[in-house]
Design a protein around this ligand. Sequence first.
Ligand SMILES: NC(=O)c1ccc[n+]([C@@H]2O[C@H](COP(=O)([O-])OP(=O)(O)OC[C@H]3O[C@@H](n4cnc5c(N)ncnc54)[C@H](O)[C@@H]3O)[C@@H](O)[C@H]2O)c1
Length: 337
Amino acid sequence: MSIRVAVVGAGYWGPNLIRNFNQIPTCDMAVCCDLDERRLKHIKSLYPHIQVTTNFDDVVADKSIDAVAVCTHVSAHYPLAKKALEAGKHVLVEKPFTAKVDEAEELVELSKKNGCIVMVDHTFEYTAGVNKMKEIIENGLLGDVLYVHCARLNLGIFQRDINVVWDLAPHDLSVILYATGLKPKSIRTIGMRLMHPKVEDVAIVTLNCGSASAVIHVSWVDPLKVRRVSVVGTRQMLVYDDLDPMAKIQIYDKGVEKPPHYDTFGEFLCSYRYGDIHLPRLQESEPLSVMCKHFLECIENGTSPRSDGESGLRMVRLLEASDRSIAQNGAEVPVSL
Ligand SMILES: NC(=O)c1ccc[n+]([C@@H]2O[C@H](COP(=O)([O-])OP(=O)(O)OC[C@H]3O[C@@H](n4cnc5c(N)ncnc54)[C@H](O)[C@@H]3O)[C@@H](O)[C@H]2O)c1
């Protein structure tokens, strides 16, 4: 039996969810809800079979709807997801899960109480590149992870209700938590307001993960589009370049060897190792399609999603701590995930 899905929010990103759900044979992409009639007209022109409504209460009251995907601006995620869970519907929420930690905690509890799946679209956890990176790190090919550097830069898209960290860093944070196994203990964020007096549009986030550190540079004000994660290990180094069509994952057999013993700085000479570069082949498919299928499979099988509500909650904890750090000019803020 197919799972009947409603998507709420058909602005920039929502149509991607609608297209992917619509292509899955076990899914009945049934309803689209948006406050904006023009967006509904657009969706209707593409998919005449999809019912449209401006009233979310219609979606909640429709007993034939099994699952709701929430794809609105972030502050509306919580009230909409809450209503859907209260009505016994499974819920997929776009990243970041909610605007506040206590909202995320409430949704996780509600999903447990009502026996519904709650999943967050941490899209990168469903990419072939990030899963290859996870496999390589878990197999010990890089040795111990010492350092991660993420750069997610572009010109725009400016958001209304969140700063650049809440908009872009969830992708990098989810890659770090999911693929590298690092566990942040504290966060420091320097936020810059270049274009808007109240919203940070460039930020440098630093995570202290005990024996390793991670730096995330996010920007809406950069001339170049960059989506890159570098992982430096004790044995090898890896670069994940999401924009490289041929070599998304590059493993560099490069490293630095310290001398076994030295007494003075003059004696301290590192030796550098330059080896081969390996480009593993990836079995690529559209990450959003993999993510949508996973959501439906979890509903069918009653299993917990890879990016479940708990992982959405961890993300919101980090983002709230980042805001506290920005407010204190980059002070170190402890995080407990
Ligand atoms: N996973 C990704 O890679 C990715 C990429 C882009 C955006 N996103 C996320 O997708 C979400 C939406 O982003 P966007 O850029 O599409 O925003 P958007 O502003 O372009 O679209 C949001 C839509 O939601 C509608 N809406 C708002 N409140 C509503 C309500 N109460 N009921 C019905 N409709 C309502 C608006 O009318 C609008 O059409 C955000 O959470 C964003 O972080 C995820």
